[in-house]
Design a protein around this ligand. Structure first.
Ligand code: ADP
Ligand code: MG
Length: 245
């Protein structure tokens, strides 16, 4: 059985059908790209998996547990992570403090982010930072970091719930090509080392073809193609959507 089973999920906003009956599976240990033009329904799909949006219909199962109808926090606890965008208010905290906050919010029933209990998580936070190559910068304020390094910290925070599936919506947005490749290579390594699955969106086809094990293509709320880089590259519907041919 696959780790995640998405079956026929739909979502409309007023008159706009953002997602119209999408089904796909995610296997444990795979790096799966969700691609498609702007407005295709990628973020809406992510938000239905993470529970930030309730699907109007359909089913999303993680290890057989139905996620539709569950609160985002409970879905997160079950093992669906997402990369946190470090909020502006956290920029003044250090790198390691940000990861400690993410750990604390997973463990603690009460959202007492600034309690002294956060100190308990320092060694765990340092371990996660080591996994993303940021241990040496642990005590610097996030506000001083280079953009690519902020993204690594966000990734470490996304690992706080020890996810089985990590959702990354446009993780490389705004990055230079080298930073992009570094982040994707790191993500790939984490997928292999931790045996977790990652579902990510990405604009650059070069990045998708270089790193994704498999890809799913959405257009106007529908899944139009699914497969390996080779299959997607030569798929007539994908050519049509991307190149208008
Ligand atoms: P993508 O992430 O692929 O660019 P989205 O999932 O963000 O696409 O959006 C899919 C469609 O749904 C778009 O037409 C978008 O305008 C619409 N949409 C998304 N979120 C909302 C919302 N909260 N309210 C109204 N329309 C929305
Ligand atoms: Mg989007």
């Amino acid at each position: 059985m696959s780790l995640l089973q998405v079956r026929n999920i739909s979502k409309s906003f007023g008159g706009v059908q953002a997602v119209a009956g999408i089904s796909f599976d995610v296997a444990a240990g795979e790096l799966l790209a969700l691609i498609g033009p702007n407005g295709a329904g990628k973020s809406t799909t992510f938000n239905m998996v993470g529970g930030q949006l309730a699907a109007s219909s359909g089913s999303v199962k993680l290890d057989g547990h139905e996620l539709v109808g569950m609160r985002p926090r409970d879905i997160w606890r079950l093992g669906v992570g997402r990369t946190f965008q470090i909020a502006a208010t956290f920029a003044s905290l250090t790198v390691v403090e940000n990861v400690q906050m993410a750990l604390l919010s997973h463990r603690s029933r009460i959202y007492s982010w600034f309690s002294r209990a956060a100190n308990e998580y320092r060694s765990e936070a340092m371990e996660l930072l080591a996994q993303v190559g940021m241990a040496a910068q642990a005590d610097r304020p996030c506000s001083e970091l280079a953009y690519g390094d902020v993204k690594r910290v966000e990734l470490a925070m996304g690992l706080a719930n020890d996810p089985k599936l990590l959702l990354m919506d446009e993780p490389t947005a705004g990055m230079a090509p080298q930073e992009r490749n570094d982040l994707m290579a790191l993500t790939k390594r984490l997928v292999v080392d931790r045996g977790m699955a990652v579902l990510f969106t990405e604009h650059s086809m070069d990045v998708v073809f270089a790193y994704a094990d498999r890809m799913i293509v959405l257009a106007r709320g529908k899944l139009i193609a699914e497969g390996s880089a080779q299959e997607i590259r030569n798929h007539p519907k994908v050519q049509e959507v991307y190149f208008g041919s």
